[in-house]
Ligand binder design. Structure first.
Ligand SMILES: Nc1ncnc2c1ncn2[C@@H]1O[C@H](COP(=O)(O)OP(=O)(O)OP(=O)(O)O)[C@@H](O)[C@H]1O
Length: 395
C-alpha cells in the first residue's frame, strides 16, 4: 500500500533510513555512508524516486545495488511505488569518497602498521607445491566464517593460484578465456573482489590470460615487485581487517625481503611437508623472516598421512618433517610450535580445483577440522598492545 503523500518529508526520511541496510558488496559499507544516495524524493502518489550514484561506469555491483535499493524503498512505500535512477559519481565525488575511506587522509600509507589492530600473517614455504596457497585460502575462509574480517594478499608472483582456489574466476569478454576476476578501480583506490567473505587481491588479477586461459608468465624484477606489493598494501581498500594473510612465493626471494621491510611486525607461518629432507629449505624461509625482525608464529605440516578405509594411515611423504622444522626453529630462537598436521585429502585438492574451499564444502573432513583448529587458534588471539608505542603521548 502506498504511503500518504502528505507526509513527504517523513516518508523520505524513512526511505533514507531503509537505504542504510543496502551494503555496497565491494566496499562492504552501507551506501548511505558512502554518499552513494543522490536523493530521495517523495511523489504525489505516495511513491518515491531514489537517485543512486555508482562509483564508476560498469561497476560490477551495479545490478545488485539497484535491486537492493529498489527492494529497500519498496519495503517502505509498497511494491511498484518506487523508482531508482542510477548515475555515476563525478571525479570530485570519487576523490571525496576515496579520502573518506582512507580515514580523511589524502596521502596514502600502509594501514597495517604495528599500531593497527590487524594481525598480519605471512604464509611461507621452502619449496613450491607444498599446499601453501590452498591452506592460506582455507584458513582465510574459516576465519571469515567465524565472524572475522579477513583479507588475502596473493603475493605469489609466479604461482598466483588464490583466485582459482576461491572461485574468483570470470570469462574474458574479448577472448572467451577464463581469467581471475578483475578488481574495481575507483580513482587510485582498488576494491578487492570478495569470495566466501574474504577480500582478495592477487597479482593474477592484473595479468592478461594466455591462449590456454592461464595467466601469462610475467618476468618481474625486484624493484617492480617491491612497488607492486607496496601498491597492494596502500592502494587496495581492505577496510578494517581483523586478519590479513599474505601468500608468499616459495623460498627466500625478493618478495620475502620486500615484505620484511614493508611489514616488519608480521608473523610467519611456515608450511612444510612430512618429508624430513624438505626441512632445510623450510627452515631457511623462516630464518630470512627472522632476519627482518618478524616473529615465527608456527609450522603447519601439510600432506601428512592419508587415512585408509581399513583405518590405517598411508604416509606417502614420510613423517616427522613438521616437527623437525619446529624443533630446529625453536633451537635458534623463540619457541615455535607445530600448529597442525593436515592430512592428504582428495576433497581438499578437488575443492581447490573447483573454487569451493573444503572447509565450507566438507567441514567434517579431517583436513577441514585440522585447518579449522589452526583458524580457531588465530581467531582467539587478540592483537596485543604490549611493547607497542601507542599513538598518543603523556602531557
Ligand atoms: N593436504 C592435501 N591433500 C591433497 N592435495 C593437496 C593438499 N594440500 C595441497 N594439495 C594440492 O597440492 C597442489 C599444490 O598446492 P598449492 O598450489 O596450494 O601449493 P603451493 O605451496 O601454494 O605451491 P606454489 O607456491 O608453488 O604455488 C594443489 O593441487 C593442491 O590442491
Amino acid at each position: 500500500m502506498p504511503a500518504d503523500a502528505s507526509t513527504g518529508a517523513a516518508l523520505e526520511g524513512r526511505v533514507l533510513a531503509a537505504l542504510a541496510s543496502v551494503i555496497d558488496p565491494e566496499i562492504r559499507k552501507p551506501i548511505t555512508e558512502l554518499d552513494m544516495v543522490g536523493g530521495v524524493v517523495a511523489r504525489a502518489d505516495g511513491g518515491v524516486d531514489v537517485g543512486i550514484k555508482l562509483t564508476i561506469v560498469g561497476c560490477p555491483a551495479a545490478d545488485r545495488i539497484e535491486r537492493d535499493v529498489l527492494a529497500a524503498a519498496e519495503a517502505v512505500v509498497g511494491p511498484g511505488f518506487a523508482s531508482v535512477d542510477v548515475t555515476i559519481m563525478t571525479r570530485e565525488e570519487r576523490t571525496a569518497l576515496t579520502e573518506k575511506l582512507r580515514g580523511g587522509k589524502a596521502k596514502r600509507g600502509i594501514p597495517f602498521t604495528a599500531e593497527s589492530l590487524t594481525r598480519v600473517y605471512l604464509v611461507t614455504s621452502g619449496k613450491g607445491g607444498v599446499g601453501k596457497s590452498t591452506l592460506t585460502a582455507n584458513l582465510a575462509v574459516a576465519l571469515a566464517e567465524s565472524g572475522l574480517r579477513v583479507g588475502i594478499v596473493d603475493a605469489d608472483v609466479h604461482g598466483f593460484s588464490i583466485p582459482g582456489i576461491l572461485g574468483l574466476v570470470e570469462t574474458d569478454a574479448a577472448t572467451g578465456a577464463q581469467r581471475a576476476t578483475r578488481p574495481t578501480q575507483v580513482g587510485e583506490m582498488i576494491l578487492p573482489p570478495v569470495a566466501h567473505g574474504v577480500k582478495v587481491i592477487s597479482i593474477g588479477m592484473f595479468v592478461e590470460p594466455g591462449a590456454d586461459g592461464a595467466g601469462v608468465a610475467v618476468a618481474w624484477r625486484g624493484p617492480m615487485l617491491h612497488r607492486t606489493i607496496q601498491q597492494f598494501l596502500t592502494d587496495v581498500y581492505f577496510g578494517d581487517l581483523d586478519v590479513l594473510l599474505l601468500d608468499l612465493p616459495p623460498g627466500t626471494g625478493d618478495v620475502a625481503i620486500s615484505i620484511g621491510q614493508l611489514l616488519p611486525h608480521a608473523e610467519v607461518i611456515v608450511v612444510t611437508t612430512p618429508q624430513p629432507a624438505a626441512a632445510d629449505v623450510a627452515e631457511r624461509s623462516a630464518l630470512v623472516a627472522r632476519q627482518t625482525g618478524q616473529h615465527v608464529y608456527g609450522v603447519i605440516e601439510n600432506m601428512s598421512g592419508l587415512p585408509q578405509p581399513d583405518g590405517s594411515v598411508l604416509e606417502l611423504f614420510g613423517s616427522g618433517g613438521g616437527a623437525e622444522v619446529a624443533r630446529r626453529l625453536s633451537s635458534t630462537g623463540a619457541e615455535v610450535p607445530l600448529l597442525a598436521q593436515i592430512p592428504l585429502s582428495i576433497a581438499l585438492r578437488s575443492g581447490g580445483d573447483t573454487g569451493e574451499p573444503v572447509v565450507l564444502a566438507h567441514p567434517e573432513e579431517p583436513a577441514s577440522l585440522a585447518i579449522r583448529a589452526v583458524a580457531d587458534s588465530l581467531a582467539t588471539r587478540s592483537r596485543s598492545l604490549a611493547g607497542r608505542q601507542l599513538p598518543f603521548s603523556p602531557r
